[in-house]
Design a protein around this ligand. Structure first.
Ligand SMILES: Nc1ncnc2c1ncn2[C@@H]1O[C@H](COP(=O)(O)OP(=O)(O)OP(=O)(O)O)[C@@H](O)[C@H]1O
Ligand SMILES: [Mg+2]
Length: 487
């Protein structure tokens, strides 16, 4: 079986036919040489493993674990060197697993190490993950409760669960191992990462967003961040249930999106911008034509008439880049009712503002900013950076007529994600863009275990768009805009 996936030119002289004919007992040939391992160690340990007699049980267990960890490394290396990776592409999961199980059985008996069933299953799974998947990262990718995976060099992997970052007990063997996994990911999408090209963005096969930066730019070992792709995106009801905003705010947002206000979701990194944008999109009518443009396709719109675009970085020769701006310009020729840009972060801002001003009402995007006011400054800066020579007042006037609403998402210090403010842009006063906050999250304190105490409230101002809402059939009750007491 092994023969099917084994490289024909492998170091091992065993031929395919030999392997098939002699599956079980292996001649006393040594295991494949392991580069990273000090040479005399295995024999000494092997003897120990066979004669455990006088060793204290705890010590024995510890050594067994160490030995197991060594075995894993040796096996990983051996598998990767010996297997014919091209043939593996087509191997079924079942075949490959039984192949790996045969190899471990042989190898363990060679090494004189007896594993219980659980350990053996775990070892086989890890080897399978190494060959087929992303090695130590694989269990984290499978774990539904993990949102984000952050790797700071080979020995430190943080995960985010339920809004909290925790150090996991998973590690890579060393930087070489980590680099091999990074390389596997980026080469699968036709990219390269090395000293001269030290960072890369990619999308994993399951849709997760991946970014890596390797040494020497990453000083203490490669840095990796993965935003896990969720098949089931959080919807409006989930977000209300999780306390991200209230039903009243949801009713207001429904009116805003349905009546085609242009909305910007602003927030810090990982604050829930994309999730909010995705949830807001559920208020769009099913018969509208929507085009989405993203650097990494994350949005999952439920409507029927959706065209999705993903920008593309240059290839290794520096050619073939398709920017978000290219996509956006093209999108304008594709008769969209609405355009959704995953995140506006550069020169595409010009086309986004123009689209919002010229008949594509109801367009939406996100920006990286800490408040609505800050968001507007970001837009101004982006316009300036795009090299557009326009007086500031004209830029502001364009922004104020393009953007109707800024929704501020935030990840608070206790890990909870909330829509801390909904702000309307109401026009210009002199040189300044005027805005009014309609809803906000009012913090009132902190519990002894550092959970934030607070409540959502309307600010008491009447929506600038009340009349528009009413005309479109969204007659929001005045009580919706009255400040609420804590519930
Ligand atoms: N209200 C919420 N409650 C719980 N989890 C949430 C909430 N909002 C978002 N999340 C989760 O938080 C993670 C980050 O969310 P999201 O991708 O929307 O953030 P982002 O602001 O777009 O991040 P980035 O700046 O990296 O693009 C996701 O895993 C998402 O499922
Ligand atoms: Mg995002």
């Amino acid at each position: 079986m092994f023969s099917r996936y084994k490289k024909t030119d492998a170091r091992d002289t065993k031929t395919a036919a030999d392997a098939a004919a002699k599956p079980a007992p292996k001649p006393d040939a040594p295991a494949a040489p392991i580069a990273e391992k000090p040479a005399p160690e295995p024999t000494a340990k092997r003897v120990e493993a066979r004669r455990p007699a006088q060793v204290a049980p705890v010590d024995k267990e510890r050594r067994r674990k160490e030995r197991l960890s060594d075995i894993k490394v040796e096996m990983h290396k051996r598998l990767l060197e010996d297997l014919n990776l091209a043939a593996l592409e087509t191997a079924t999961e079942k075949d490959l697993k039984s192949e790996i199980s045969d190899i471990t059985t042989e190898f363990l008996s060679d090494q004189g190490l007896v594993l219980n069933r659980e350990e053996r299953v775990a070892l086989n799974q890890e080897l399978y993950d190494e060959v087929r998947g992303l090695g130590p990262l694989e269990p984290l990718l499978q774990d539904e409760s993990v949102n984000d995976i952050l790797v700071n060099g080979p020995q430190q992997i943080f995960v985010e669960r339920a809004g909290k970052l925790q150090l996991s007990d998973i590690t890579f063997k060393d930087e070489k191992h980590l680099l091999r996994i990074i390389d596997k990911i980026v080469s699968a999408v036709g990219r390269r990462v090395d000293e001269s090209n030290p960072y890369v963005d990619a999308r994993l096969a399951d849709g997760s967003r991946f970014n890596a930066m390797v040494p020497p730019v990453a000083v203490d070992g490669s840095l990796v961040s993965i935003r896990k792709f969720k098949k089931e995106k959080l919807g409006i009801d989930d977000l209300v249930r999780f306390g991200a905003f209230t039903e009243e705010m949801a009713a207001y947002l429904q009116a805003a999106v349905s009546t085609r206000l242009n909305v910007i979701v602003s927030g810090g990194t990982g604050s829930g911008k994309t999730t909010t944008l995705n949830a807001l999109s559920s208020f769009i009518d099913n018969d509208e034509r929507i085009l989405t443009i993203e650097d990494t396709a994350e949005l999952q719109l439920q409507q029927t008439h959706v065209g999705r675009m993903e920008s593309k970085p240059a290839n290794v020769e520096g050619k073939g880049a398709v920017t978000q701006r290219d996509c956006l310009r093209n999108a304008l020729r594709m008769r969209p009712d609405r355009i959704i840009v995953g995140e506006t972060r550069g020169e595409e801002v010009i086309d986004m503002l123009q689209a919002m001003n010229t008949g594509h009402d109801g367009s939406m995007t996100t920006i990286h900013a800490n408040s609505a006011r800050d968001g507007v400054s970001r837009l101004e800066n982006m316009v300036a950076m795009a090299g557009i020579e326009m007086p500031l007042k004209a830029v502001r006037s364009q922004i104020s007529s393009a953007v109707n609403l800024i929704v501020q998402a935030s990840r608070l210090q206790d890990g909870s994600r909330r829509m801390v403010s909904i702000t309307e842009i109401t026009g210009m006063e002199g040189e300044v863009i005027s805005m009014q906050e309609v809803f906000r999250y009012q913090r009132t304190g902190l519990t002894p275990d550092n959970k934030i105490i607070g409540h959502f409230t309307a600010t008491g101002v009447r929506s600038h768009y009340s009349e528009r809402f009413r005309m479109w059939g969204y007659d929001l009750p005045p009580s919706l805009f009255e400040p609420t007491n804590p519930r």
